[in-house]
Design a binder for this molecule. Structure first.
Ligand code: LLP
Length: 422
C-alpha cells in the first residue's frame, strides 16, 4: 500500500503487522489505536531520569485509564495516581495495590474521602477546609497536602495549575494553620505535593517550583515523618510531528533533577520518596485516533473535509485550540500529491467542531482513512456521548505486532442503560 502521508508512523512501525485501513475496516471508525512498544519506551525514559534511591514515577491516570495500558505501565515499574473513585477502581482493576496508588483530589465530598480511606490510600487534599474534613474522618491517620508553589506553566490558561490565578493548592504562608489542624487531630503529614500545570517543553519552571516545595519541607517540624514529596507532572511532547519540533530535553532535565534531589536530601537527611507525576508524556505518543473521510466541500472559498472525528471523539482541538498532526492513508495513493489548505471537521452540530484548521495537506478524498496523532493522552478519556453518538473502541498493537481489542465500541444499550423507564 502506498499511503499519502504516513512517514511518521511508518518510521516507528506503529501499526506492527496491521495497517490502518484494515483496522478501520475490521473495527470501524472512529477508533483509538495504541502501540505497546511506544508506551513501554516512554515509561522507561522517565524511570531512568534519576538514580536517587527514593525516585519514583507516579503515572497520572487521568491521561488514559484503559486498564490494559495501566497494566503495561505497572509492569514497567510505575506507581499511579487517582483523582476520582472511578480512576481508583480502574487502577485496582489493572493490578495496582493500595500502597502504589496516591489519591490526588480536590473539592470532593466526605463520601469520596471515605471511599479512598476504605482502600487505605494516602490522600492529597488542597484546602484548609478539606484538610480539616479529612482529619475528622481519619484522626491519628496520615495525610498529604497540596501546596501552591506560586509558579505555573502550561499550554493554555485552562491547564495552568500553579500560581495566583488558579483554584489549586494551599498557600505555603498558611503552613502554620495546616500544622495546627494536623496537631488537633494527631494526623501525620506523610506527603506534600504540587502540580504546576500541563505541557511545558523546558524543565526550568518545574525545577524552580520543586525547590519551593523542598524549601517548605525544611520548615516542617517533622521532616523525618515525611514519606513523599511529589512534584506533579506537566512534561510536554512535540505535537507537530511533520515539522520536526524538538523534544523535551530529558537528558538535560535529568542532570538538573538528579543533582537537585541528591544535594537536598543529603543536606537535610531526607529518607523519603520523590515522585514525578507525568500523564501526557507517558501516554500521548503511544496513541492515535483513526477516522474516515465522508465528505469534501467548498464553502466560501474554504475547503472543508467532513469526517467522523468530531469533538465528541477528540475534544482537545475544540477545547484548547490544540494541534494534532494528521496522517492520510489511501490504497495506491501518492505521497507527491500537491498540498492545498483544508479544514478537517467532524459531524457535530457546532461550527467549533474543527479537528484540524487550515492545514496544508494533499487533497483529502472520500474513502480516505485519517489519523490524528498523539491522541493517547486526554483523548478517549475526554470523549463524550454528545449528540448521542457512541464512544469509540480502542485497539492495542501488541509488542508482537498483532492487534487486540481492548475496549469495544459503545452500543445504544449502553446509552439507554441509565434511563429510567416509566
Ligand atoms: N498531577 C496532577 C495533580 C494533575 O492534575 C495532572 C494533570 C498531572 C499530574 C499530569 O499532568 P501531565 O503530565 O499529563 O501534563 N486535558 C488537558 C490536560 C489537563 C491536565 C490535568 N492535570 C489537555 O488535554 O491538555
Amino acid at each position: 500500500m502506498n499511503n499519502i502521508r504516513s512517514s511518521y508512523t511508518d518510521s516507528l512501525n506503529f501499526y506492527g503487522k496491521e495497517d490502518p485501513q484494515s483496522l478501520a475496516e475490521q473495527f470501524g471508525t472512529p477508533l483509538y489505536v495504541y502501540n505497546e512498544n511506544i508506551l513501554r519506551e516512554r515509561c522507561r525514559e522517565f524511570l531512568k531520569l534519576s538514580t536517587h534511591d527514593g525516585f519514583r514515577i507516579n503515572y497520572s491516570a487521568k491521561a488514559n485509564t484503559n486498564p490494559h495500558l495501566l497494566k503495561i505501565i505497572q509492569e514497567e515499574g510505575c506507581r499511579i495516581d487517582a483523582m476520582s473513585p472511578g480512576e481508583l477502581l480502574l487502577d485496582l482493576k489493572a493490578g495496582f495495590t493500595s500502597d502504589k496508588i496516591l489519591y490526588v483530589c480536590n473539592n470532593v465530598s466526605d463520601d469520596e474521602l471515605k471511599f479512598a480511606l476504605s482502600h487505605n490510600l494516602l490522600i492529597s487534599v488542597d484546602s484548609l477546609s478539606q484538610i480539616e474534613r479529612l482529619c475528622m474522618l481519619n484522626p491519628n491517620g496520615k495525610i498529604m497536602v497540596r501546596f501552591n508553589p506560586g509558579i505555573g506553566a502550561g499550554h493554555s490558561a485552562k491547564v495552568v495549575t500553579g500560581g495566583k490565578e488558579t483554584k489549586f493548592g494551599v498557600d505555603p504562608e498558611k503552613l502554620p494553620q495546616v500544622l495546627e489542624i494536623l496537631e488537633k487531630y494527631k494526623v501525620r503529614l506523610a506527603g506534600i505535593n504540587h502540580h504546576i500545570g500541563s505541557l511545558f517543553m523546558d524543565g526550568a519552571d518545574y525545577i524552580n517550583a520543586a525547590k519551593v516545595l523542598m524549601d517548605l519541607a525544611t520548615r516542617l517540624p517533622h521532616l523525618d515523618e515525611l514519606e513523599i514529596i511529589d512534584f506533579g507532572g506537566g512534561f510536554g511532547i512535540p505535537y507537530e510531528k511533520y515539522d520536526e519540533k524538538p523534544r523535551f530535553d530529558l537528558e538535560a532535565f535529568s542532570k538538573l533533577l538528579d543533582a537537585t534531589l541528591e544535594e537536598w536530601s543529603k543536606k537535610h537527611n531526607y529518607k523519603g520518596l520523590f515522585y514525578l507525576e507525568p500523564g501526557r508524556y507517558i501516554a500521548a505518543e503511544c496513541g492515535l485516533v483513526l477516522g474516515s473521510v465522508f465528505v469534501h466541500k467548498d464553502n466560501s472559498d474554504k475547503y472543508y473535509v467532513g469526517t467522523d472525528l468530531g469533538f465528541n471523539v477528540l475534544a482537545r482541538p475544540m477545547l484548547y485550540d490544540s494541534f494534532h498532526d494528521v496522517e492520510i492513508y489511501r490504497k495506491n495513493g501518492s505521497p507527491d500529491d500537491v498540498c492545498i489548505e483544508q479544514t478537517i471537521v467532524g459531524n457535530i452540530c457546532e461550527s467549533g467542531d474543527i479537528i484540524a484548521k487550515n492545514r496544508s495537506l494533499p487533497l483529502l478524498k472520500e474513502g480516505d482513512t485519517i489519523a490524528m496523532l498523539d491522541a493517547g493522552a486526554y483523548g478517549f478519556v475526554m470523549s463524550s456521548n454528545y449528540t448521542s453518538r457512541l464512544r469509540p473502541a480502542e485497539v492495542l498493537i501488541k509488542a508482537d505486532g498483532t492487534a487486540k481489542l481492548i475496549r469495544r465500541k459503545e452500543t445504544f444499550e449502553d446509552i439507554f442503560a441509565t434511563i429510567i423507564d416509566d
